[in-house]
Design a protein around this ligand. Structure first.
Ligand code: NAG
Ligand code: NAG
Ligand code: NAG
Length: 275
């Protein structure tokens, strides 16, 4: 009897072992199969809503990717960005990096609504943002990756965290690097994640300084390619047109590729932070 039970014990260990390995390689509790039993269609539902949204408007891919980034830099990837103001919560949506520029919330709402129908109270909004960012990359021709899942949603937001942690378009390199370091990310991560500017748009307010008054002496940024700068000035006048958009990647604005990095070498990056 003792033999049988110790045999069973070893057997049960063997069964559990692969799970333990998965847990380790995916940083504790997160793993790509987190919803395999509780909501097997979760990944497919996210993908199809994102695909529809990006088919309607290509820009949405960049917008969703940015939501994930702006969520993760404040209290970790916990969906805090999605919380509206109420009670003690002051929404991150009103921060400088998000106000008038964070978009795609209605797509997240659509995904959440479909998931609630399929498997109520199961899939976190933090995981939705993470999956939607990956799907946005794939849908615009970029890389795919396995998304470890199982994040839990925050019940609190941090407006000051949003204002202080997220890099601004006119931050110096040192400031941007220290903001990445604060998230446990290094200079390689900084360069790689900046590459997300291979898709999407930026508002005139975010790059006007470069066009007219880069260093406070009334001169433009001389490192900008001149005809590129002239073109930008037409869309982004000295005053007015704050919300006017320009593409972040002048060569292939809707395609996730490496032309963003090539543009930088050609002095055709849009933001100071890109350069
Ligand atoms: C960056 O932009 C903000 C907002 O437009 C401005 O207040 C600040 O002075 C700028 N910082 C630098 C270093 O130019
Ligand atoms: C340029 O910026 C400086 C300080 O940021 C300001 O004092 C100056 O008036 C600006 N010049 C022009 C031409 O806008
Ligand atoms: C915004 O950009 C458009 C071109 O796309 C331009 O016609 C318009 O004049 C710009 N707005 C302002 C206020 O300059």
């Amino acid at each position: 009897m003792a033999r049988v039970s110790s045999f069973l014990f070893v057997l049960s260990l063997l069964c559990v072992l692969p799970l333990c390995l998965c847990d380790k390689s995916y940083g504790g509790k997160l793993n790509p199969w987190f919803y395999a039993h509780s909501c097997p269609k979760a990944g497919e539902i996210v993908r199809s809503v994102v695909a529809n949204a990006v088919a309607r408007e290509t820009r949405m891919a960049a917008s969703l990717m940015r939501l994930h980034f702006h969520d993760c830099f404040v209290q970790g990837c916990d969906g805090s960005l999605l919380l509206d103001s109420s009670g003690r919560i002051v929404s991150e949506k009103s921060s400088n990096p998000n106000s008038k520029s964070a978009r795609g919330f209605e797509v997240v709402d659509q995904i959440k609504a479909q998931l609630e129908k399929e498997c109520p109270g199961t899939v976190s909004c933090a995981d939705i943002l993470t999956l939607a960012a990956r799907d946005s990359s794939v849908l615009t021709g970029g890389p795919s990756w396995m998304v470890p899942l199982g994040r839990r949603d925050s019940r609190s937001a941090s407006l000051s965290g949003s204002n202080n942690n997220i890099p601004a378009p006119n931050n110096t390199f040192q400031t941007i690097l220290s903001k990445f370091n604060r998230q446990g990310l290094d200079v390689t991560d900084l360069v790689a994640l900046s590459g997300s500017h291979t898709i999407g748009f930026s508002r005139c307010t975010s790059f006007r300084q470069r066009l007219y008054n880069q260093s406070g002496n009334g001169r433009p940024d001389m490192t900008l390619e001149q005809s590129f700068a002239a073109n930008l000035r037409q869309r982004c006048p000295r005053s007015g047109g704050d919300q006017n958009l320009s593409v972040l990647d002048i060569v292939s604005a809707a395609r996730f590729d490496n032309s963003y990095f090539k543009n930088l070498i050609e002095k055709m990056g849009l933001l100071n932070s890109d350069v």
